[in-house]
Design a protein around this ligand. Structure first.
Ligand code: ADP
Ligand code: MG
Length: 209
C-alpha cells in the first residue's frame, strides 16, 4: 500500500475534524501548563488548511505539503505554528518528484519534518514537547521499516510509540516553551503539543495505509 495525493488530502480533512473534536482537550492541557490556546490554535490552523486545499487543490504532494506549511505558519501562531509549519515545509521537500509514498518514503517524510522541528525549536528528547511524541515515533517507524514492514506496519509502530511518547511527558519537567516558566510545577501534566502530535500520527496511520 502507498499513500498518494488523495490519501494525504483525506488525512488533512481528518485532521481538521480531529482538532475540532479535541479542541477542548488540547486547550485544557495547555491551560494547566501554558496559556490555554493550543486547541484553539490547532483548530484554527487546520480549518484554514482544509479551506485552502478545497479552494486551491495542489497538483502534487510537494505543493500540497508546501501549501499546508504556508497556511499553518500564517494562521496557527504561538510556538506550535512555526514548528508544525516547518514540519510540513520539510515534508514537502522530501516529497519532491514523488507521486505516492510507500513505507520508505513515509519514514523519509516524517524524518525530514521531525528533524526540521528539532532544528527550528532546539528542543531535545525529555524537554516535554511535541518531540517527545515525534522522536520515539520516528525511531519506531525506522525500526519497523528495517524489519521489512510495509506502510501499515510502519505507521502502526509509529502510532504506538507516539502514544507512549505522549504519555511519557506527564512526569517530565518542561525545559522548552512556555511550560518551562513553571519549573517543577509543570510536572504531572501531559504536554499539549505532544498530544496534538500523537493525533497527527494516528490519523496518518488510519488514512495513509
Ligand atoms: P504557545 O506555547 O506559544 O502558546 P501552543 O500552545 O500552540 O503555543 O503550543 C505549545 C506546544 O508547543 C507545547 O506543548 C510544546 O509541545 C510545543 N513547543 C513549545 N516550544 C517548543 C520547542 N522549542 N520545540 C518543540 N516543541 C515546542
Ligand atoms: Mg499555548
Amino acid at each position: 500500500m502507498a499513500a498518494g495525493r488523495q490519501e494525504v488530502i483525506e488525512w488533512l480533512g481528518d485532521l481538521q475534524r480531529i482538532y475540532t473534536e479535541n479542541r477542548e482537550l488540547l486547550t485544557a492541557l495547555d491551560s494547566a501548563i501554558g496559556d490555554a490556546d493550543h486547541g484553539i490554535n490547532m483548530d484554527r490552523g487546520f480549518a484554514a488548511v482544509k479551506a485552502e486545499v478545497d479552494t486551491n487543490p495542489p497538483a502534487d504532494l510537494r505543493s500540497l505539503f508546501q501549501s499546508v506549511a504556508m497556511v499553518l505558519i500564517r494562521t496557527v501562531g504561538g510556538a506550535a505554528g512555526p514548528l508544525y509549519g516547518t514540519f510540513f515545509l520539510r515534508a514537502s521537500a522530501a516529497c519532491t518528484g514523488k507521486e505516492v509514498l510507500g513505507a520508505g518514503d513515509a519514514v523519509a517524510v516524517f524524518r525530514a519534518g521531525i528533524e526540521g522541528i528539532q532544528q527550528r525549536g532546539k528542543a531535545e528528547a525529555g524537554d516535554k514537547t511535541m518531540l517527545d511524541t515525534f522522536l520515539p515515533a520516528l525511531s519506531a517507524m525506522q525500526e519497523a521499516l528495517d524489519a521489512g514492514g510495509g506502510l501499515r506496519a510502519v505507521l502502526e509502530a509509529g502510532t504506538a510509540a507516539a502514544e507512549s511518547g505522549m504519555l511519557s511527558t506527564i512526569p517530565m519537567q518542561a525545559r522548552k516553551g512556555r511550560a518551562s516558566y513553571l519549573g517543577a510545577r509543570s510536572v504531572g501534566h501531559q504536554d499539549p503539543g505532544a498530544t496534538s502530535a500523537f493525533l497527527l500520527i494516528r490519523a496518518a496511520a488510519d488514512r495513509w495505509a
